[in-house]
Structure formats: C-alpha cells, structure tokens
Design a protein around this ligand. Sequence first.
Ligand code: GLA
Length: 352
Amino acid sequence: MGWNSWNRFGPFISERLVLETADAMIKSGMRDAGYRYVVIDDAWHESVRDDDGDLTENRWAFPHGLRWLADRIHERGLLFGLYTDAGTRTCQGYPASLGNEMRDAKKFADWGVDFMKVDWCHTEGLRGRTTYPKWSEAINASGRPMVLSISEWARDKPWEWAGSVGHMWRTTSDIADTWASVMAIADSQADLHPFAGPDRWNDPDMLEVGNGGMTDDEYRSHFSLWAMLAAPLMAGNDLRAMSGATRAILTAPEVIAVEQDPLGRQGRRVQTRGSSEIWARELRDGAHAVLLLNRGDAPVTVRVIWEDLGTSGSRNASVRDLWERADLGDHDGWYLRSLAPHACAMLKVAFR
Ligand code: GLA
C-alpha cells in the first residue's frame, strides 16, 4: 500500500510535492490505515547519465537530491519507491536501465530506495520473462531489500513467470480515470486468481480514486474490486487536497482488512447476471468477502445465494456490511440487496 505520483501528476513532480504528500499521508490517517510506500514515478531524472555513468536526479525539481529525500521519508515512518525502465529510454524519454541493471539497482540502494518499479517502454526485441530475472539478481546483489514491481503491462503473461521473480506484476495496460477503464480491467482480471498469493501479486494498476473522473459510488466500486483482487493499493490522487469522501474510501478499515487478509487469496467472479456481478474472496478466518456490483445504468437488486460461494453444508450465515461497518444480522441461504447504478455493496459472510 502506498502512493505513486503518476496518475495525478504525470511528469510534473518535485521534492516539495513528495514531502507534502508524505505529510498528507500521515495527517489524513492513510499511514495508520496501512499506506507506506511513497513512490516517485517517471520523469525524476536528469536527461543524461552523470560522468560516472549513473542515473541522476533533476536538481531543479529535487534540489536536495534523492538520498536526502529518502531520509526525510524514512524519518516519517514511510518507505521510498522509485521508477526506472528496462529498455533504452523511459516512457517519458529519460535514460533507462538496459545494460545497467546492476549499476542502477546499486544506485537505488545507495539512495535508500525500498521499492523499484521497472517499466517496459523502448524494449524492442526483449522479453519480460528473460529480462526481469536480471532485476531480481541486481536487487539481490545491491544488498538492500527492495520490492520489485514489474510493469510490463501483461505483454508476456507475467503471471506465468513473475511470481518467483518479483513481488507484483502489472496485468493490464494503463488505467484511466473512467468507469469504462475500471470495468475493462475487472474483466481482464477475473481469471488470474490462481496466480496470486503472499509476496506475489497481480497488479491491475494504480488507483484513480479521488482524481475527479468518476463519482464516489464508482470510486467505491473501483476500490472494492481492487480489495477483492488482493491488488497492491497505490493511491494515485493528490493526498494534500482530498475530499472527505475520497479520504473515507481510501482509509475504509474493514475494506482494507479484506484487501490485506493474510491468507492472500485473490477473489473470483462467481456470478454475472445482466448488469450485476458477484465476486467472492476467501479469508483466513474462514469467512468470505462478497462484492455485489451493479455495472449498469439502472438500479438493480442482486441476490447472493450461499451455495454460489462454494461452501458446503451450513445455510445460516451472519452478514456484515464492510462499507457501512454495520451488522446485517443472520441470513438463511441467501441475501438480497438493491444497488444504485455503478454502486456496490461489500459484505463479510460468516457461516455458522
Ligand atoms: C507507463 C506505465 C505507467 C507510468 C508511465 C510513466 O505508461 O505503465 O504506470 O509509469 O509509463 O511514463
């Protein structure tokens, strides 16, 4: 869990933005909710390597340098993430790491980086499954533990090979701040649940919650889906200027508890009926998280039948609403809920 500069700020990043974001992460309660990584994405760079051949930060944007910035982030009880690219140039045209994997991982380690995002622009002729293992070797050789975030956009089916290489791998091309984008990503993730588990996560891309292109109901559905998918939760909005609704979505404690459930089992889509869907995720305590989702433009009533959750025997279950943080009582065999357009309900269902 963390924050990444890209979705909201693109290449317009600076030391000041990063520090203010780190402070906002604390003040808003996000750090307490579990967010830790402050990640600088593309365009932190100087346009050429330095005389030693190292990547170097743009001193206009980062006047005290990245080592200093990492120290300030660590002082705040947070962790520091940084971006590079596996090819010849980053997506924004800055120097990238092909042929310099060892050198750049070492430099990141010297700077105090805890999380490396390695992107996939300008990689003509390369394959993910032979390129990224060089990055795990480089990180091991650097002597500093760093999360390896593989960002190759599902080109080489990373779920087949990335589990033993990195900690998370993008399973989609880039998200956009639209309902259509979130729904398309949900569809593309539905069959990937067998590949995820503790320390090896499918990554359906960073959050758009709070960026303005969707309604709060839509953002709740977006966030709920990511929680059901056991996805990394990288906030992508301006943490310094959040609405109360955005803050409440990003810090919802019972939704995050599902998202971070230690069993680490990714949810599945168990039913599609008209414009409504049901997703289910097994939890360590034996209960199920259940998402009822209305993808359509008209209100619907959705019924979840306990048998569809793949549980045997017991018909009686207690139901809790995880967004409302309210017990809904015991239900025999099924539960029924009306949903506004693009809205969802997220439940915890515990069998007796
Ligand atoms: C690619 C990645 C994005 C972001 C940009 C930066 O598009 O998929 O997440 O890192 O590059 O240029």
